[in-house]
Design a protein around this ligand. Structure first.
Ligand code: FAD
Length: 565
């Protein structure tokens, strides 16, 4: 095809946050760049995510008077990852993450603020901070993107206020924690949305994008500013190899096979393999289901992993996901993650024996992992059940159910009854409905009601640290994460050990280059984001610990390519 340019300095596969960040830096360093994206929508999981990035020692926190250092970040990540990732890569991350963000914000439309109160996930580890490392995108006005925004992976319902209005993570937290002024803030957000008559005539989509939608839209706009071509519906199928070096890729574009040449490098940013049931069964703990993943359907099917393995690349952490307990909502394409709600006071998670098995307020990776570990022991926690009473139902959200005071059962979609939530007048009747041991559940609830009184969860120390309490209700005393379950009717929701992406993949070195088992780099080949094995190893140190590294190693890879041109 004569109209198509086949030769580029750098080709980037995938259009998530890491990929577009790499494209921007590579282009600004004087490279001709092409982005290819398999889906007809750009943005991948990054676009439907919270868009948080975990950047230790960032400028914004220090500007607010915060204290952080490379040393404490290193101590913390090393303790969290416990030898499951190379120290030199961790050091590279810590050095480059604040630089990446500084340069990206100075030269592109991306804009972040520090989420000062968002604690690191492992408060018991040395070097953790009670806030200041997780960064939250500012709202982004998508008007300048024109029709291109229609081709962005649409935000998932649970990242939007009432399923339609954009907000930041800081605003969402203010509402959940019912901080001073939260009602006024919500009214302000609603008015801004409703009074945008021009946009309302067009449809439901908010003119402003928040969270991952903001990050990806601002990156996409910055990619457009640089006239970097982004080909949607173009699927990477394999590498082109010349003299043991990667010199290009093969793609399928509109059913046509093309060979594209990359003079200086190919950067794989094509996500993990969570949407590939066969690969899940091959590598992940069992049972495992693609349908439990909260990632966009059909996007990330392990293309980089399979092509890399053929080349002889080393891999690591293939049995790990960024776990998150998820539930299915009819008509929604992906499962929904339960990130915050488990910490709200008055909800517990039990297995088939009606027993709690972990601190419900723990980070989602640890909770998903605990579901597997308990299942291996008892055979009874996949699925598990979130149980709460009518007081909880009235006050708090759980999955797609907004608090009953806003969305009573009578206003929730009928199809959700007995598919999203189960309901019965007594705990005993509820146990029967969901096939959970009634005696076990009754005993668990009695114990929890005692802990709620004393404020001490004697089994799992729920609410025992600042991370647990981040999503607690400060008006509940003595422990903002503990409340009794006593007022019928009672509710249950079914959860699975889902994921927000796989965590293992091609092993890379300090420059983002894919390596062979010997440690030798494969010239011309870089991998970032979830197609590479995570720099965090088996850990999830804080909110943004997946996208922060994806963007940072995108920056590192672009720098390495340009320096070695
Ligand atoms: P993606 O963003 O998924 O991009 C990969 C792209 O590659 C996709 O568009 C895909 O279609 C494309 N692709 C795949 N195969 C091919 C092929 N063969 N050829 C061409 N293109 C291909 N993480 C955080 O750090 N902070 C958060 O706040 C956060 N919140 C989250 C909230 C939710 C609800 C979810 C689901 C996830 C969240 N995550 C968060 C996780 C995070 O979104 C992902 O880990 C991250 O976006 C993965 O980035 P990636 O670039 O590897 O993949």
């Amino acid at each position: 095809n004569n109209d198509i340019e086949n030769d580029y300095d750098v080709i980037i596969v995938g259009s998530g946050a890491g990929a577009m960040t790499a494209a921007i830096f590579a282009a600004d360093q004087g490279n001709s760049v092409l982005i290819v994206e398999k889906s007809d929508k750009y943005g991948g999981t990054s676009a439907i995510s919270g868009g948080g990035i975990w950047i230790p020692n960032n400028d914004e926190f220090k500007a607010l008077g915060g204290t952080d250092s490379e040393e404490s970040a290193l101590t913390y990540i090393k303790a969290a990852s416990a030898g499951s990732a190379a120290e030199s890569r961790i050091r590279t991350y810590i050095k480059n993450a604040p630089k990446m963000l500084r340069e990206l914000q100075a030269n592109s439309r991306v804009k972040y603020a520090v989420a000062e109160k968002y604690p690191d996930y492992y408060q018991h580890l040395e070097g953790s901070l009670p806030g200041g490392r997780s960064m939250d995108p500012e709202l982004f006005d998508t008007t300048g993107l024109g029709d291109e925004i229609e081709h962005q992976q649409p935000a998932s319902g649970n990242t939007l206020l009432m399923g339609k209005m954009a907000w930041t993570a800081r605003q969402a937290h203010k509402a959940v924690a019912k901080e001073r002024g939260w009602m006024l803030m919500i009214i302000g957000l609603m008015l801004r949305y409703k009074l945008d008559f021009k946009q309302r005539k067009k449809g439901r989509r908010d003119r402003r994008a928040g969270l991952g939608g903001s990050l990806v839209a601002s990156l996409r706009h910055s990619v457009l500013d640089r006239k970097i071509p982004l080909w949607r519906s173009t699927e990477f199928t394999d590498f082109v190899i010349t003299d043991d070096k990667v010199t290009g890729i093969k793609v399928l574009r509109d059913g046509q096979e093309l060979t594209l040449n990359a003079r200086y490098g190919v950067i794989m940013g094509s996500g993990g393999f969570e949407q590939n049931q066969q690969l899940r069964e091959k590598y992940l703990p069992h049972p495992t289901q693609q349908a439990w993943s909260a990632t966009p359907k059909g996007c990330n099917t392990g293309a980089a992993l399979e092509a890399g393995q053929k080349l002889g690349a080393a891999t690591d952490l293939l049995d790990w996901c960024w776990w998150a307990p998820t539930l299915k909502v009819p008509k929604e394409q992906s499962a929904r993650g339960l990130f915050a709600e488990r910490a709200f006071p008055g909800a517990i998670v039990v297995d088939g024996l009606g027993k709690r098995f972990f601190n419900e307020a723990a980070p989602y990776l640890e909770f998903g992992d605990a579901m597997y570990r308990n299942h291996q022991k008892t055979g009874n926690s996949i699925p598990s059940w979130v149980v709460f009473d009518s007081h909880f139902r009235h006050e708090y959200a759980m999955g797609p159910l907004m608090p009953g005071k806003i969305m009573p059962d009578s206003r929730a979609p009928k199809a959700w009854r007995d598919s999203v939530y189960w309901k019965a007048d007594t705990l005993e009747a509820l146990s029967e409905l969901i096939n959970v041991d009634a005696t076990g559940l009754a005993a668990t609830v009695t114990k929890m009601n005692g802990y709620a009184k004393t404020g001490i969860d004697e089994e799992f120390q729920r609410g025992g640290n600042v991370f647990d309490r981040y999503y607690g209700d400060t008006s509940v005393k003595p422990n903002p994460c503990l409340a009794p379950i006593e007022k019928g009717p009672f509710y249950a929701m079914k959860i699975h050990p889902g994921d927000i992406g796989t965590k293992g993949g091609l092993l890379t070195n300090d420059f983002g280059q894919v390596v062979r088992p010997s440690g030798e780099a494969i010239t011309g080949l870089y991998a970032i984001g979830n197609c590479s094995s995570s720099v965090m190893g088996t850990s999830y140190p804080g909110a943004g610990a997946t996208i922060g590294p994806a963007m940072t190693f995108g920056y590192v890879a672009a720098n390495h390519i340009s320096a070695n041109r």
